[in-house]
Design a protein around this ligand. Sequence first.
Ligand SMILES: Nc1ncnc2c1ncn2[C@@H]1O[C@H](COP(=O)(O)OP(=O)(O)OP(=O)(O)O)[C@@H](O)[C@H]1O
Ligand SMILES: [Mg+2]
Length: 237
Amino acid sequence: MTIKTLRVTGFPDGESVTAVFSVDDNKPAVSEWLKAHPTLQIDRMLARTGSSDVYALKGDMILKMMRVRHWSEHLKYYIGRYRALEEVNSNQQMAAAGLKVPKILAHGKALTPSHFSGISSYYLMQHVGSEYQEAADVWLTLETHARDQFYQQLIADVKKLADQQCIYSDLRLANVMTNSNGDLIWIDTRIKHYARRKTFLAKLKHVIGSFKQNSEGLLTDKEIQQFDEILLNFVES
Ligand SMILES: Nc1ncnc2c1ncn2[C@@H]1O[C@H](COP(=O)(O)OP(=O)(O)OP(=O)(O)O)[C@@H](O)[C@H]1O
Ligand SMILES: [Mg+2]
């Protein structure tokens, strides 16, 4: 990791900012991309929620910026718990567990609250490819084999994490990307490890409950039952 100052231009309000990134430039592909793109140029905004802004950059990268929701987030930086870093670390843990995630090239922290107005931290990641869309958006149009392929992978991935007593906190079809083959890539990477078995099982139950609720009208009874089986296996083992 090295520290690099990069200029980000083309925000919707015409603003440009200089941001400090920790860059993962052990990998030649990262250094090459940054050499070819000395300024990060925003192409378009993909999403804006109360907690983050996601931009597509020229050169097929994504910049995700975390909004400050509470002043304490600035303090959390000093104990290494800023929100971008939580997603960066989880992304690496998910990759290590064998899940497919976009590669993260760099991440950073706004040095003062006014450095980026309202933004506390940010990271730069690979665009998963234009053939991928949020699973929630294309679920009902997927061919049966693609849908099966995707769903089996989703269950296998949730199990892989659960084997390590880890849970993906915001499990929703909107946070997994898929293509017409039903290949699956996780975004919005936030996982948490639960040391106590009892807390882990309660949380797993909760996350599976809200996944089913969020997917109402999308999942078949059989698909719902398959998800329940994950939970039963863990409760009984
Ligand atoms: N690596 C990526 N490649 C392509 N598109 C992406 C990528 N990351 C995010 N997106 C697009 O941006 C949207 C929002 O991303 P994400 O789910 O990470 O943020 P969010 O749900 O808005 O944020 P949060 O829940 O952290 O506030 C995604 O649904 C997807 O369409
Ligand atoms: Mg999301």
